[in-house]
Design a binder for this molecule. Sequence first.
Ligand code: HPA
Length: 297
Amino acid sequence: MAEDKRFTFEDYEEIRNFLQGKTKCRPKILIICGSGLGGLADRLEDSYKIVYEDIPKFPVSTVKGHVGQLVFGKLGDKEVVCMQGRFHLYEGYPAWKVAIPIRVMSLMGVKTVIVTNAAGGINRSYNVGDFMMIKDHINMMGMTGGNPLMGPNDERFGPRFPPMSKAYDRTMREQASDIAKELGLGRLIRDGVYCSLSGPSFETPAELRFLQTIGADAVGMSTCPEVVVAKHCGLRVFGMSLITNKCILDYDNDEEANHEEVLETGRQRASDMQNLIARLVERMSNSEKINNGNGVI
Ligand code: HPA
């Protein structure tokens, strides 16, 4: 894989300046929409959309089902920016490039990242259509030489050795579970460990058994690089996986994982997921005002 020249702080600033010249929106919340879940961005009001191709130095997304644009706008009373379509290692991007939007948005003033993804259920109690609140992750490609923070560290973004022990915000997870219950979705909620692999091939039964053994509840091909970079920048992270398929761990099963099934489950659960995230965003602003009195999120 070609490892392009890494961006300098000034490269990220250039992209930030470009976007700030295009929109007056100054969101504090970034929402990364996973496979088939981009519909949330269509619900934004007073929106400004810009396709990745039109943003200087930005990567472009190449996956079917991922539109490939930033959508700035209002969700309820909060300004947010949605990534409709994200970048993956399997597209050929190194991990740091996958996470470019995180640094740009951090420079733009974002403080919280809500990340969604489609994932295969490894945990045998999970069903297709469940929502897994991510409580922790196993960054498999990061552990094997694909960490997005490898290379020279720029302290203006964050420390050389950032901790990851509290990567996923517990308060937001609890709020999301409460909201799911209010929406009548409580039976779908799980709390689990997300493991990311580079893909694009789905896993063999032996690989899935290995992942089960090491504590993974769900597996996917995204999220960890973005979350590592977000934590490095000091951002708060909430992550949620939509379980789009049951992983096949036994050799007697004739079924096979496929991308169409992933997209179809996304379509079926899209509005539930959007309602949940929309209410979470609404709740965040309220609780933050109560917590620290200055409304900063
Ligand atoms: N494996 C990896 N990535 C995925 C899966 C899966 O089963 N389902 C959705 N994304």
